[in-house]
Design a protein around this ligand. Structure first.
Ligand SMILES: [Zn+2]
Length: 65
């Protein structure tokens, strides 16, 4: 049961969801956790949540709910 993920003009083929998650998930630039589900992007940087964005000095970030 393989499937394709289309991202940024490229097609990635995975045979399991966890493989795709580990390949595709961005990394929080503060706590280094893989962002699975909702993250926040601030000025081209990715964080797992607003608390990490603020910890890195990104102002005005609120969690998307
Ligand atoms: Zn984080």
């Amino acid at each position: 049961m393989s499937f394709e993920v289309h991202a940024q003009g490229a097609v990635h083929v995975f045979d399991c969801f966890s493989c795709a998650i580990h390949r595709m998930a961005p990394i929080c630039e503060h706590c280094r956790v893989q962002i699975i589900g909702q993250g926040v992007e601030a000025e081209g940087h990715w964080y797992c949540g607003a608390h990490c964005a603020r910890a890195e000095g990104r102002a005005g970030i609120v969690d998307r709910v």
